[in-house]
Design a protein around this ligand. Structure first.
Ligand SMILES: Cc1cc2nc3c(=O)[nH]c(=O)nc-3n(C[C@H](O)[C@H](O)[C@H](O)COP(=O)(O)OP(=O)(O)OC[C@H]3O[C@@H](n4cnc5c(N)ncnc54)[C@H](O)[C@@H]3O)c2cc1C
Length: 510
């Protein structure tokens, strides 16, 4: 009889968890040891990779996992702090003479693949009693490894490519319902809880350095399933009519924090929500009547997600601006720290950009078209900064931060990838109601909320306040240049220069 160590990595949930289900279903498994390894060094409530919000969100996800494992499955989550390899070694040292399975979900990013392979060669292979098992499609719909290794695989660059891949894999995939397993402990032989000793053991409370900053999204599977119900299951018309390009980027009128899209990305990226569960719910709703289709539907968004997972696994140097077949090597020139700082802190003097960046800072989330606006502005639009700087800032701050998706979307918006929009389609950072950024311009309540300096400005001037007559600024109690920054660049002039630079760069690359 064996022990199953279930290592929770990117699937911080108990629903549709293949590794956990296997441990319950397998007759050879006598006891289950669920583990979570926190690998980041915490300093003042942040880590190198995560700012306060992201760290808090992660903490809440693990706390909720611990609670659900205990109350629903009678298991105790063991939490460790340290590098994965020595931690796993210290756990396995408790089982020298016993058969042990280390089971987890497949992670497709380079860092985790290297980690997994080192654990296998340096630890597991050293003891004949120890085995590993990895479940291939825990975090994605597709089995990423098997698709990119198939002889007919070509990196997908469009929704057409993705529909082809889905058809090859699933046949008529359009409203397919995937198998999703949920564990009912009473259906299986009882499993024992295992106790172990490790110098790396820690309690979750020790990882939480102080009261969490206030934020809109709460981490964890429970919050994920509640949001799924509120935004998708109970909103059938919303699902049927979902059309991403026409969703409003400035959130719900009356609630400047609530997304007009599902707002499920923080839960998908941490695996608190199974992507198959979301897909299935949409399929079931769509089967009933007319509905939008990919690329604009929710299914379409999930297929973009799969596309970036495939690309991030198959494109060498996916996160680099050099030696990456999916990145044109544009000469971005020197990094201008003052511009970057103004962009990051929401002090550019462009209210839409500043509102979006302040929302990111406060909540860890931003609407997709908001991300379009700020990434275009930072790169080919106005500031001419290398996209990797913006990628790094997003990665630290986004509670939905995802290596495959963040890099893919930055490549897209910087205009350097095969799937990018044409480089000359630059967004106006001072939009009117016709802008494809879908900004609510009539009340401009989103701007008033996130840039309170401008709360009394008339809507007519709020997107370009430095052009308002002084009398208007005085009446609004906000003098541009002293109470709120003047624009850090001339938007029209920088746009013109940057289009020219981009064109010249492309000519050199030909
Ligand atoms: C510069 C930039 C960086 C981004 N970085 C990330 C990131 O780190 N993590 C992340 O999850 N998304 C990222 N996105 C994609 C997208 O903006 C978010 O997934 C989306 O806004 C999340 O909101 P939602 O859950 O309401 O999305 P919905 O529109 O409700 O879509 C449902 C799900 O589909 C997936 N999805 C939606 N749009 C995309 C897309 N363009 N690419 C890939 N998957 C998508 C997400 O998992 C999302 O939760 C980025 C976009 C840009 C432009």
């Amino acid at each position: 009889m064996s022990v199953a160590i279930v290592w929770f990595r990117k699937c911080l949930r108990i629903h549709d968890n293949q590794a956990l289900s296997w441990a319950f279903e397998s007759n050879q498994i006598k006891s289950i040891l669920p583990i979570y390894i926190f690998e980041e060094e915490i300093d003042q409530g942040t880590t190198n990779k995560m700012n306060e919000n992201r760290l808090r969100f992660q903490y809440e996800c693990v706390l909720d996992l611990q609670h659900n494992l205990h109350t629903k499955l009678g298991l105790k989550l063991h939490i460790f702090s340290g590098q994965a390899q020595p931690v796993i070694q210290s756990i396995l040292d408790n089982f020298e003479e016993q058969r042990v399975w280390l089971i987890s979900e497949y992670c497709s990013d380079r860092e985790n693949i290297e980690k997994q392979s080192q654990i296998e060669t340096k630890i597991i292979d050293q003891n004949l009693n120890w085995f590993t098992k990895t479940f291939s499609a825990g975090h994605t719909i597709l089995d990423i490894e098997s698709i990119v290794n198939s002889p007919t695989y070509k990196p997908p660059n469009s929704m057409n490519d993705m529909t082809r891949i889905f058809s090859d894999e699933f046949g008529d995939w359009r409203n397919i319902v995937f198998d999703v397993t949920d564990i009912n402990p009473s259906d299986h032989q009882p499993k024992q809880c295992q106790s172990i000793e490790s110098e790396f053991s820690t309690r979750l409370e020790e990882l939480n350095s102080g009261p969490p900053p206030s934020s809109y999204f709460i981490g964890g599977e429970s919050a994920a399933l509640q949001r799924l119900k509120k935004k998708v299951i109970l909103e059938k018309e919303f699902v049927r009519n979902f059309s991403k390009p026409s969703s409003i980027s400035t959130n719900i009128e009356g609630n400047p924090l609530e997304p007009t899209t599902t707002g499920l990305s923080p839960y998908l990226s941490t695996g608190c929500l199974s992507v198959r569960r979301l897909w299935n719910v949409c399929s079931e709703i769509q089967q009933l009547s007319e509905h939008t289709k990919p690329p604009v539907s929710i299914h379409g968004q999930l297929m973009f997600r799969e596309m970036f997972y495939l690309l991030s696994k198959s494109v060498v140097n996916w996160d680099q601006d050099q030696g990456n077949t999916h990145c044109k090597e544009i000469e971005w020139g020197v990094t201008e720290q003052t511009l970057l700082d103004a962009w990051e802190s929401g002090e550019t003097g462009f209210p839409l950009i500043d509102a979006m960046m302040r929302q990111l800072d406060a909540t860890g989330w931003m609407h997709h078209l908001g991300r379009h606006a700020v990434s275009c502005f930072l790169t080919r639009g106005q500031l001419w900064q290398n996209w990797t700087h913006g990628r790094d800032i997003f990665s630290r701050k986004l509670i939905d931060s995802d290596w495959a998706l963040n890099n893919g979307n930055w490549l897209w918006l910087a205009g350097v990838a095969p799937f990018s929009m044409p480089y000359y389609r630059v967004y106006n950072p001072c939009p009117n109601q016709k802008s494809s950024l879908n900004v609510e311009t009539e009340t401009a309540n989103f701007i008033r909320h996130w840039v309170p300096e401008l709360s009394e400005f008339p809507s007519k001037h709020i997107f370009e306040p430095h052009l308002a007559p002084l009398s208007v600024q005085q009446l609004a109690g906000c003098i541009i240049g002293s109470d709120y920054p003047s624009p850090i660049v001339d938007r029209k002039e920088t746009r013109r220069q940057n289009l020219e630079r981009f064109k010249q760069n492309l000519a050199k690359l030909r």
